[in-house]
Design a protein around this ligand. Structure first.
Ligand SMILES: C[S@@+](CC[C@H](N)C(=O)[O-])C[C@H]1O[C@@H](n2cnc3c(N)ncnc32)[C@H](O)[C@@H]1O
Length: 246
């Protein structure tokens, strides 16, 4: 298991480039693939009290506030992310430096909706986050989780030919759960791989009803705009779980 302070330091190292890329880059994966699916899965957010676990620099919190959420609380372990999120606060969103594996400061059944947008793969203990979100959600409240697809988090490297063309993704070590090391924006960081059944069985064990599982792929229209999303037609890079507290 990764040391929590070391994991935090990785995000502190990554934050400046992440914030710049999120705010100035094209964000093909977000805008062309995941945002529309996440927003649709969240449904009508008007007036809802929403929790965003691992909110980063706050982009999805701002989107939910724009879509009419009553209030959005964004939590992130990384101070630089939270400072950046506060700079663009809309008035219906608040941010706090917090490890989302411990939500002890939040009251039981106080949120209508919770989201985790590419955060559970960063957690050594996704079970603690799942249990805590279940506790703070009201009955009938949903938990929408976007994550790396377990097929990709297992090892996830493209195998290329001599010309550098992508031939296929190598799937290996699928049942070997635990740390994986990646490089993003020039910074080395740690993720956690778990099998599909580990995630789903724990959601069920916690008490959640699994309402839908979405394996995002790109539509023809969006592919015209974001040519770099052609991988998404070939392999499942991401997965979205729609959970509900009965
Ligand atoms: C891949 S980024 C996604 C950020 C944001 N949800 C988005 O979609 O832009 C993952 C975020 O999770 C945060 N994070 C990692 N471990 C965390 C933890 N234990 N508690 C809270 N946040 C954490 C990181 O600091 C980072 O901002």
């Amino acid at each position: 298991m990764g040391d929590r302070n070391d994991l935090r330091k990785e995000w502190i190292a990554l934050a400046p480039a992440w914030i710049r890329e999120t705010r100035e880059g094209r964000n093909a994966v977000r805008k062309g693939l995941l945002d529309p699916i996440m927003l649709e899965a969240c449904g009508d957010v008007k007036g809802l009290n929403v929790l965003d676990c691992g909110c980063g620099e706050g982009r999805f919190c701002r989107m939910l506030a724009e879509w009419g959420a009553g209030h959005v609380l964004g939590l992130d372990l990384c101070e630089l992310m939270i400072e950046a999120a506060r700079e663009l606060k809309s008035g219906r969103d608040d941010y706090k430096v917090q490890d989302v594996q411990d939500l002890g400061f939040l009251e039981d059944e106080s949120f209508d909706l919770a989201v985790s947008y590419l955060n559970q793969c960063d957690l050594p203990d996704f079970e603690a986050n799942t249990r805590e979100v279940f506790r703070v959600l009201k009955r009938g409240g949903r938990f929408i989780i976007a994550n790396l697809h377990p097929m990709r988090s297992a090892s996830g490297k493209w195998h290329r030919n001599a010309e550098g063309e992508k031939l296929h993704v190598v799937l290996d070590n699928y049942f070997d759960e635990g740390e994986r090391h990646w490089e993003m924006l020039g910074v080395r960081f740690t993720n956690f791989h778990r099998t599909l059944s580990t995630y789903i069985n724990f959601f069920i064990k916690t008490g959640f009803a699994v309402k839908e599982i979405i394996e995002p792929t790109v539509t023809a229209d969006r592919l015209k705009e974001y040519l770099e999303l052609d991988d998404e037609l070939r392999v499942p890079n991401f997965i979205v779980y729609v959970l509900e507290k009965p």
